[in-house]
Ligand binder design. Structure first.
Ligand code: GUN
Ligand code: ZN
Length: 461
């Protein structure tokens, strides 16, 4: 439950996190003290357990018996938890199922029927439980979720995130137009009332949003009437809550927006003109934005979720991430499962790296992202996108301990070859080990995961 005490922790060993967009920092033989609220209260390089117990515990008023000690073994390292800035929990059963579709037929063929079926609370419980367990096992400590239009099942997603301990933004999906009869909001007023119902539910279960926060979620402009978007814009102003939606993902979608909203200058202006574009807005995809739209997003301090696996899978296009970063727009990574086929942010990192190389084939070498940059996007970048840059994304005193313990396969160890991918021979530098993890690793390398100091996933050895 929210605010649940997690006990005091001492973490020992190597820590890796982003120092800047282009630079990783490697902190070796480091001691990290995390208090019972999950907050980092001390970080000391060159400390072993005995030294920590002798000199750190007295300063913190801790005694040995109260502290859980976790040690990263030789070659293992702690890394900040991944932040998935755009994921549809309600589409998890469809991960990998998309055939040759593109966005608009994909929605009708696979997505709306699946989401609609989660009005069954039993089915929603099965799907959401598995989605949370699966994403935690891949190191996702924070997720910005789309649920469905159903209030009870959206509220259940919030309950489950809280009980499994995943930090989450929970969006009841709003869609009152151009959607199938079996899956649409009855009216702009009912969509607003239902959104408020989820906001109230979350205020009851986690009043200070220690873990779970509501997020206003107009599905995308084509499935929202102008009245609904005005209502949601006003709701954002009233509550100060974040907003998430999709933008400029697919060329047919953009044409449709032009036909549906002829009085607005662009897709981005549609959201802006309805009060939905601001510093707390997460825009997923942003594949085909014009320069004017990029400028407007920058001016409004809007954030972008880059979803490379999805953009390739449902053939949407290649987002120009370097251009967004050069403009100074905050960018994070999203799986966009199940437009994206995988619940793993490590896979999103890989795909971001590969897609940037495709962009570079036309746009020049400067379009390529480095491993360091993609890792930044998955942690500190994501934290800025969800407005938690003071709380998560890296290891500093005052931040919360959202972390994963990563283990690679030391070839001279007794580990079975099947236990973990990524063979380390011992001569690799730390940056090389990180690159090997990024390109060849998976959830078998994610040995343990903590959110706010609470152990939320562990590989049993
Ligand atoms: N990728 C993706 N794009 C969308 N646009 C509107 N709805 C969706 C969705 O569920 N997934
Ligand atoms: Zn999406």
């Amino acid at each position: 439950m929210a605010g649940q005490t997690t006990g005091r922790h001492l973490f020992l060993g190597t820590l890796v996190h982003s120092k800047s967009l282009s630079e990783l920092e490697f902190l070796q033989n480091t001691a990290v003290c995390v208090d019972d609220k999950g907050i980092i209260v001390a970080i000391w390089p060159n400390y072993d357990q005995i030294r920590a117990e002798k000199s750190l515990y007295p300063r913190l008023g801790w005694s040995r018996g109260d502290v859980t000690v976790t040690r990263a073994k030789e070659g293992e390292f702690f890394f900040p938890g991944f932040i998935d800035t755009h994921i549809h929990a309600s589409q998890y059963p469809n991960a990998g199922i998309f055939g040759k579709t593109t966005l608009l037929d994909w929605l009708n063929t696979y997505t709306f029927p699946m989401e609609s079926s989660l009005s069954s609370i039993e089915k929603a419980k099965t799907v959401y439980t598995r989605c949370i367990q699966r994403t935690l096992s891949h190191g996702t400590t924070t997720a910005s979720y789309y649920a469905t239009i159903s209030v009870p099942s959206t509220n259940l997603l919030a309950d489950l995130c809280l009980s499994f301990g995943q930090r989450a933004f929970i969006g009841r999906c709003c869609m009152d137009t151009l959607s199938p009869d079996f899956y649409r909001d009855e009216s702009p007023a009912s969509a607003l009332a239902d959104t408020r119902a989820t906001i109230s539910h979350i205020a009851e279960i986690d009043p200070s949003n220690t873990l779970v926060t509501p997020i206003i979620t107009p599905r995308f402009a084509p499935s929202c009437s102008s009245e609904l978007m005005h209502n949601l814009g006003a709701l954002q102003k009233e509550t100060g809550l974040p907003v998430q939606t999709h933008i400029s993902e697919n060329t047919n979608e953009i044409k449709l927006v032009g036909q549906l909203f002829p009085d607005h200058m662009s897709y981005t202006h549609v959201y802006d003109d309805h009060g939905l574009l601001g510093p707390k807005t997460i825009l997923a995809h942003a594949v085909h934005l014009s320069d004017e739209e990029v400028d407007l997003i920058k001016k409004r301090k809007g954030k972008i979720s880059h979803c490379p696996a999805s953009n390739s899978a449902i053939t949407s296009g290649t987002a120009k991430v370097r251009k967004l970063l050069e403009k100074g727009i905050e960018v994070g990574l999203g799986t966009d499962m199940s437009g994206g086929y995988s619940p793993s942010i490590l896979e999103a990192i890989r795909q971001a790296l590969l897609v940037s190389r495709h962009v570079a084939m036309e746009g020049g070498d400067e379009c390529k992202l480095s491993v360091e940059e993609a890792l930044y996007l998955s942690t500190r970048g994501g934290a800025s996108v969800v407005g938690l840059e003071q709380t998560i994304g890296g290891f500093e005193v005052g931040k919360e301990w959202d972390a994963q313990l990563i283990g690679l396969n030391q070839v001279d160890s007794d580990e079975s070859i099947n236990a973990r991918p990524v063979d380390v021979f011992g001569w690799e530098s730390w940056p090389e080990r990180l690159a090997k993890w990024v390109f060849n690793g998976d959830d078998r390398n994610t040995l343990a995961v903590w959110v706010k100091g609470r152990l939320v996933h562990e590989v049993k050895s």
